[in-house]
Design a protein around this ligand. Structure first.
Ligand SMILES: Nc1ncnc2c1ncn2[C@@H]1O[C@H](COP(=O)(O)OP(=O)(O)OP(=O)(O)O)[C@@H](O)[C@H]1O
Length: 261
């Protein structure tokens, strides 16, 4: 007899995990956030954020200006310390940045005039893996080459990052994350400033990255394109409005709750 998945599971993607091995038991490659609270001195930026997810998923992080999206991404990247609550990655508290988690800043936060080539930036992805005692090896060079190839950047590898289009700049930063061999990609407004074809290319790339088992969390402003581009949604307004699959959680009522004053 053919066994069918229960109805609520039927549309879920098969659980695959990037990087092979070690994803067969429950908290391998899982991210768990519990009652997270983050503030900047007297400004409370986030409170009561609680969700859990796993490799192979993509999450749209949605909320109005000032909702705390960038703050959450930075906290998940280990760049900001939580006041209270916890972030567990693969069952262990995330207390500082990990090479398994790559953070891609907002484009406006990057100094695009910094004198570095596409290849140079992608090579930087290897540094967290090297440690202070190990030299850049042929193995590192192969991983960089693969990242450049995957992101279709070989023809542009010697170009300065200042001389790239917006879509090419995004691809370069994602290639750096691939060179880092990151399991989790945290992206701050990756679609902003891209034209429609570049957005569609990036959305396709995201689907490929999650299909090969990476976890992707991206802050996003275009409410029209959440469905189709992401599996899950985390809607916040300093506190958490809802977390769940886009089809069931991203309802007009929840959106109004987050965006209406
Ligand atoms: N360095 C900082 N010092 C003090 N307050 C800050 C700092 N960075 C952010 N904030 C405040 O924290 C809150 C959350 O900001 P955050 O940038 O995380 O929101 P956001 O959802 O990413 O906003 P946007 O959609 O406008 O980019 C806001 O009230 C903001 O003013």
């Amino acid at each position: 007899m053919v066994k069918h998945a229960p109805p609520d599971q039927a549309h879920r993607k098969e659980h695959v995990c990037w990087g092979g091995g070690g994803c067969t038991h429950s908290h391998a490659h899982r991210l768990e956030v519990n009652n997270l609270r983050v503030s900047y001195q007297e400004v409370l930026a986030l409170d009561g954020i609680t969700f859990g997810t796993e490799c192979g998923r993509s999450i749209a992080l949605i909320g109005p200006n000032g909702a705390g999206k960038s703050t959450l991404l930075k906290a998940l990247a280990g760049l900001l310390r939580a006041d209270s609550g916890s972030i567990l990655w693969r069952g262990k508290p995330l207390t500082r940045s990990s090479y398994e988690i790559a953070y891609l800043p907002q484009r406006g936060d990057v100094d695009w005039n910094f004198p570095i080539t596409v290849r140079g930036l992608v090579e930087m992805g290897r540094y967290p893996n090297l440690g202070w005692w190990r030299k850049y090896s042929r193995h590192d060079a192969e991983i960089v080459q693969r990242a450049l190839t995957t992101m279709n950047l070989l023809d542009l590898q010697d170009r300065q990052i200042s001389a790239l289009s917006g879509g090419q700049q995004q691809r370069t930063f994602i290639a750096r994350a691939l060179a880092q061999e990151a399991h989790v990609l945290l992206l701050d407004e990756p679609f902003t400033g891209l034209d429609r074809p570049a957005q569609q290319n990036l959305a396709r790339l995201f689907r490929e990255l999650t299909a090969e088992g990476r976890l992707l969390i991206a802050s996003h402003h275009d409410l029209q394109t959440v469905e189709g581009n992401f599996d899950d949604v985390l809607l916040i307004k300093r506190t958490q409005v809802v977390f769940g699959e886009v089809a069931t959680a991203f309802t007009p009522e929840r959106i109004a709750e987050a965006y209406d004053h």
